[in-house]
Design a protein around this ligand. Structure first.
Ligand code: URA
Length: 188
């Protein structure tokens, strides 16, 4: 299975009721040899319209942080979400929706084999690192899980609500840059 075949299968997904209300499946965006994978929560209204992750205001903020450490979703990373279809009213994904969708993310991991996974916000961190994960307490720390490094930072939408936390998030991106230099081969 290559990335394009996986994407085509995912675009036709009907594994949970979110397929009834979505306009577009948001499979993810990035390069197929990315060593760094960013994982958000799920598509919002703009993402649902365009079929691409993080294209609204929080996406603009994410792109600024990425640019500051020479990352670019069109050049050297991949960006995906825990759920590929928009939860109505942007509510948190239900456990059964995340559970139905996670196999798609697992297939994406298998194809990419990323060295570093960055969780954007609580939903991704609790799903991928630890169900009790506290982003406030443990953002910016790296956790080795079976040879893959996981880190969580504040969700860009949370930073739009609380701009005072932007310096903390920026610190996480600087730490990420150092980690990429240490463990990645071709990101920079
Ligand atoms: N928020 C997310 O978590 N993911 C997106 O793709 C957009 C906004």
């Amino acid at each position: 299975m290559d990335f394009e075949a996986l994407r085509q299968e995912c675009l036709a997904c009907r594994r949970c009721p979110l397929c009834e209300t979505r306009k577009n499946v948001v499979f993810g965006q990035g390069v197929p040899d990315a060593e760094v994978l960013f994982v958000g929560e799920g598509p919002g209204a703009n993402e649902d319209e365009q079929g691409l992750p993080f294209v609204g205001r929080s996406g603009q903020l994410l792109d600024h942080f990425l640019e500051a450490i020479d990352l670019d979703r069109n050049k050297n990373i991949f960006v995906a979400n825990i759920v590929k279809c928009r939860p109505p009213e942007n509510r948190d994904p239900l456990p059964e929706e995340s559970a139905a969708c996670l196999p798609w993310l697992r297939e994406q991991f298998k194809l990419l084999r990323p060295k570093i996974i960055v969780c954007l916000g609580r939903v991704a961190a609790q799903q991928l690192i630890d169900p009790k994960f506290s982003v406030t307490k443990d953002h910016g720390k790296f956790f080795d899980k079976q040879g893959t490094l996981f880190m969580a930072t504040l969700h860009p939408a949370a930073l739009l609500r609380n701009p005072n936390n932007k310096p903390q998030a920026f610190g996480d991106f600087v730490a990420l840059r150092d980690k990429i230099v240490a463990v990645c081969d071709h990101t920079y």
